[in-house]
Each structure stands twice: as C-alpha cells, then as structure tokens.
Design a protein around this ligand. Structure first.
Ligand code: UFG
Length: 332
C-alpha cells in the first residue's frame, strides 16, 4: 500500500488532514517536530515520527520505509507579525526547509507534492473575490516565504518528475465536527478562536480591530473556510494528481465573506450569552476585505464544500474549545 507523508500533521490543519486521509482508507505517516503541534493531536492510526522536514536522511528513510507516493507539506510558521519581527527565521523555516524537502522528494522519486500556501501571497485584496491570476504582492515575510516556495515547486516540477498542487488558504477556522481535533495553539490570534475563548471566559474581553473600514458595517471582511472542507480539498487535489492531473495553484475559500461583527454575532448565538467585546484601533497590516474566487478548485478537482455555513464553523470551533478546556484541566 502507498502512504501519504503529512508534515506538520500534529498541528491544526495537519491533524485534520490525517483524519481525512485515514477516513478515506489511506496509510499515513506524520513528520512533526512538535514545536507547536501536539502528540495527542495525531490520530493513533497514523505513524508519528518526531523530527525536522529538512533532515534529509530521516525524510529519505521515511519515504523508502513507508513507500510514500505523496507529501502533503503543512509544517511551517504562520504568524504574520512574528514574520515581520523575524524575517530570516521565517525564510529559513518556511522557504529553506521547504527547498530541502522538495529536493529530498525529487531525489527519492516521490511523484506528488501538495503545499500549504496562503491568501497572504496576494497582499491587500479588494472587495472583489480574488482569482489565482491576481497580482501577487505579499505584504509580509510570511506571505513571501510561502510564495517563494510555490515558485520553487513550479520550477522543480518543470525540471523533474514531480507534480504539485499549491493550495492558497483563506481564513481557516472551525474544528473536526466529530470532536477528534481542533485549533489548540495557546495564544492564537485568529478571530473565531479568540471570540470562542472570550465566550468561555478564557479571556476577560476581546477587541474588534477597527470599525472604520470601507465595508458595510465598517469592520474587516474575511472568507472563513471550515477546516474539514479544506482537508477534503487536499484529498481531492491528491486524487487529481494521482489521476495524472497537471501541477496547479488553487484558492481554497468559499467565495464570500463575513465581517468581524457578523462573526462575533455568530459566536454569541452559538454560546447563547453575550460576552465583553470592545472597539479597538485598527491592527497594522489588515486589509479591508480578503475573499477567494474558488472556481478553479471546484472545476479542477471537483471540490464541493459541505460546511459553507458560518454558524456551523463557529459551533464546531466552540465545541472544540470546550473539549480543549477539559483536556487542559485534566493535564494540570
Ligand atoms: N480580529 C479582531 N479581533 C481579534 C482578532 C482578529 O477584530 O481579536 C479581526 C482582524 O483584524 C481581521 C479579522 O478579524 O480583520 C480576521 O483576523 P485573523 O487574525 O483571524 O486572520 P487574518 O485575516 O489576519 O489572517 C489570515 C490567516 C493568516 C494569513 C492572512 C492573510 O490567519 O495566516 O489571513 O491572508 F496570512
């Protein structure tokens, strides 16, 4: 049986991917150095190897021992302001290590590679949904570190026997509807996570970062996509590559957005009570609206989102936040 290597499989999106693959009957091996991920987040049916994606020997051995025919590469750093403070760290961890991983994949003859990219490659988008051929103008080292990786993949795929799909994620949120994994990073800054934490009393209050944007209610608009739909998109993209599909770069979002206030209202509905929300200043670097045009993913690999419903995303995120509270109190 062929096996899929999931790097970063102990992290938020990676741990959902592992379940998605196992549910589809795939063999899975996870490579994660557990710097931000958790061993308990990895499904017990998957093999976990603790180590670094740039460790050529280790990755080579994993590929050979498990007959890996595809790498889904999630491992990387994802905090935009952190990347501004430490650009070289981001280029090292996201770009240089991805280069080494691609090199190992080519050397070992792995034919398929799926890469976690980001809407941050576009920079400030307008109110219109953004297509893959829009201008690429990352506004942070994080976005550029991912874009450079896309370009390395493009060139490697032209020179060698490897095909890839880079998926540009919009705002990933929610949790496994069966409560098996979720967003567990302490101190996360993502809106839905922050709002759920505030509702459950883990934070005394939360802030809305600016309400003077040129949007209907003045707060920023984002395209929130359920993490399970995102994992399904990867599985379909992998199927397409295995069926001989050409290399591809595709957006993953729902093609419509919600404002910060709409998201907070949804959390209030899911929680059933109000919580302390304060108006704050704009956060530097925030674009007024970032919404995907996801026609390509739908057309190229038949992606049909199943959970395109903000209330469902929020309900699953809140349910996971409660499970996490239980896990953390059991540990302390
Ligand atoms: N927001 C608040 N209060 C909070 C947290 C967020 O008002 O406490 C607002 C932000 O200002 C923004 C929106 O909620 O308008 C969404 O913010 P997130 O931090 O959840 O997400 P971003 O859109 O900033 O970031 C996402 C991904 C990044 C990616 C970026 C660029 O999380 O990885 O999109 O596309 F780089």
């Amino acid at each position: 049986m062929m096996t899929v290597l999931v790097t970063g499989g102990a992290g938020y999106i990676g741990s959902h991917m592992v379940w998605e693959l196992l549910d589809a009957g795939e063999g899975v091996v996870v490579l994660d150095r557990l710097s931000t991920g958790f061993e308990w987040a990895v499904a017990p049916e998957a093999k976990l190897v603790v180590g670094d994606v740039a460790d050529r020997e280790l990755v080579g051995r994993i590929i050979r021992d498990n007959k890996v025919d595809a790498i889904i590469h999630f491992a990387g750093s994802i905090v935009v302001p952190e990347s501004v403070a430490d650009p070289l760290g981001y280029y090292e961890n996201n770009t240089c290590k991805t280069r080494t991983l691609i090199e190992t994949a080519v050397r070992e003859g792995v034919p398929h590679f799926i890469f976690s990219s980001t809407a941050a490659v576009y920079g400030g988008a307008g109110l219109e949904p953004v297509r893959e051929d829009a201008r690429l103008a990352p506004e942070s080292p994080y976005g550029l570190s991912k874009l450079m990786s896309e370009w390395m993949l493009r060139d490697a795929a032209m020179a060698h026997d490897i095909r890839y799909t880079a998926l540009r994620y919009f705002n990933v949120a929610g949790a496994d509807p069966r409560g098996r994994t979720g967003q567990s990073t302490p101190g996360a800054t993502h809106l839905i996570k922050v709002a759920c934490e505030t509702a459950l009393g883990k934070r005394p209050f939360m802030q809305v970062f600016g309400n003077d944007y040129p949007t209907p209610d003045g707060t920023c608009i984002r395209d929130y996509i359920h993490v399970s739909d995102l994992a399904a998109a990867h599985r379909l993209a992998l199927q397409r590559l295995r069926d001989g599909g050409e290399s591809l770069v595709a957006n993953c979002g729902y093609s419509h957005g919600y404002s910060v206030l709409e998201v907070i209202d949804s959390v209030r509905r899911a929680f059933g009570h109000d919580f302390d929300v304060r108006m704050g200043e704009r956060r530097p670097g925030d674009a007024a609206a970032v919404v995907a045009n996801s026609d390509l993913a739908r057309k190229e690999f038949g992606w049909t989102p199943q959970r395109d419903d903000l209330d469902q995303i929020v309900k699953d995120a809140l349910a996971w936040e409660r499970i996490l509270t239980g896990k953390n109190s059991a540990r302390s």
